[in-house]
Ligand binder design. Structure first.
Ligand SMILES: Nc1ncnc2c1ncn2[C@@H]1O[C@H](COP(=O)(O)OP(=O)(O)O)[C@@H](O)[C@H]1O
Ligand SMILES: [Mg+2]
Length: 362
């Protein structure tokens, strides 16, 4: 069967919307899906470019169809804004503008797919922000794999306080998980509206008290459920977690496109499992040709926040309910999370939504 990589390889010969950057690097690929021998691809374009984009669309289709194992390819162009400005009716004020009393800001930690370390990153960043002096809450909205109870060593049900639910607390951080609302053993089919209802409840029916920041561990992916969430939660910004492999980066790009779509500023990309640190010799191996996320962030014009190594200690501490930021505060890993948290805090305090990527000369 044809793979995403094959398709991207073929698309490398097609110039993207700017007429020179190859499509896979152009950041314009908004979606790619492969069903048996059919390939569906959507390319995001500026509506002004609609006329000139058609040859690009045709070239992309031709290139993909030439691949062996591809019976048909369908490439569509998507414009994010309507081409003619005035006729669009004024957007109804989305509920996302409804602030949550007591909570100064909400940020999302998201990833294009599961297993990239989104929850580990969320929890360590939340704890790091707390160590920097902020009052922090964490909302685990990952319907597919709520992991906050394990990561923070929490168990038990939240108590109620009138019509509110009391968050649990660990290491000075308040926490609530969607895992408390559903039986983990019960496989559930979550549809967008159900996810939204559950998350709204966790956002608004929890006695969070005063928080400087609520960190939301989003469900992985960029489908409808995630889009609805990104749209309906009053987000001050989003952090995208990616591993360095190319395929994970496609997902990261989708995540950034998603947040752009709903006008949520992307605070930056974190490259997790960036390189391997050997627990025996301390040697470093760049298993996945690390640095992909940094390059991608630069290309997309979003800040690159930092690289977290793949290390046993990070996994062990996370899985035993004592994340490194707490259990090994002086370790190099804790410092990485502290540094990333510092950047996020600064951006949020400045209210500056987009800062230029840090230029590092190596
Ligand atoms: N930097 C890292 N080094 C080692 N293990 C990690 C790292 N980040 C995450 N892990 C481990 O990888 C697994 C998946 O991470 P998790 O945070 O649950 O991912 P996600 O929330 O994206 O599904 C967990 O067992 C976690 O402990
Ligand atoms: Mg998770």
């Amino acid at each position: 069967m044809v793979s995403e990589q094959d398709v991207l390889g073929a698309l490398g010969t097609v110039a993207g919307p700017d007429g020179k950057t190859p499509l896979p690097q152009s950041g314009a690929i908004a979606g790619l899906s492969i069903k048996d021998d059919k390939v569906y691809l959507s390319i995001a374009i500026d509506p002004q470019q609609a006329a000139t984009a058609e040859p690009m669309r045709v070239a992309a289709e031709t290139a993909v169809r030439k691949l062996s194992g591809v019976a048909n390819a369908l490439v569509s162009l998507t414009a994010e804004k309507p081409a003619a400005p005035p006729p669009a009716p004024p957007k109804p004020q989305a509920p996302r503008s409804i602030a949550i009393p007591g909570i100064a800001r909400v940020i999302a930690v998201s990833s294009g797919k599961g297993g990239v370390g989104k929850s580990t990153t969320s929890v360590n960043l939340a704890l790091a922000l707390s160590k920097l002096g902020w009052k922090i809450g964490i909302l685990d909205a990952d319907i597919y794999g709520p992991s906050l109870p394990r990561l923070l060593g929490l168990s038990g049900q939240p108590e109620s306080e009138g019509r509110f639910m009391k968050p649990l607390e660990a290491f000075g951080v308040k926490a609530i998980s969607i895992g408390f609302m559903v039986d983990e053993e019960d496989p559930m089919i979550w549809r967008g509206p159900m996810v939204m209802a559950a998350v709204q409840q966790l956002l608004r029916d929890v006695a969070w008290g005063e928080l400087d920041c609520l960190v939301v561990d989003m469900p992985p992916g960029t489908g409808d459920a995630q889009l609805t969430l990104a749209q309906n939660v009053p987000l001050a910004g989003a952090v995208v977690v990616s591993t360095p492999q190319d395929l994970a980066l496609i997902d990261a790009r989708r995540g950034i496109t998603m947040f752009n779509k709903v006008d949520v500023p992307v605070l930056g990309i974190v490259e997790n499992m960036s390189y391997f640190l050997c627990p025996h010799c301390g040697g470093r191996s760049d298993i996945f040709a690390h640095g992909g996320a940094r390059a991608e962030a630069e290309r997309l014009g979003v800040p690159f926040l930092g690289e977290v190594p793949l290390h046993m200690t990070i996994r062990e501490r996370a899985d035993s309910g004592k994340p490194v930021v707490i259990s090994e505060p002086d370790s190099a890993y804790a410092k990485i999370y502290m540094d990333i948290a510092g950047q996020i805090k600064e951006m949020l305090e400045k209210g500056q939504q987009r800062v230029a990527p840090k230029i590092v000369i190596e």
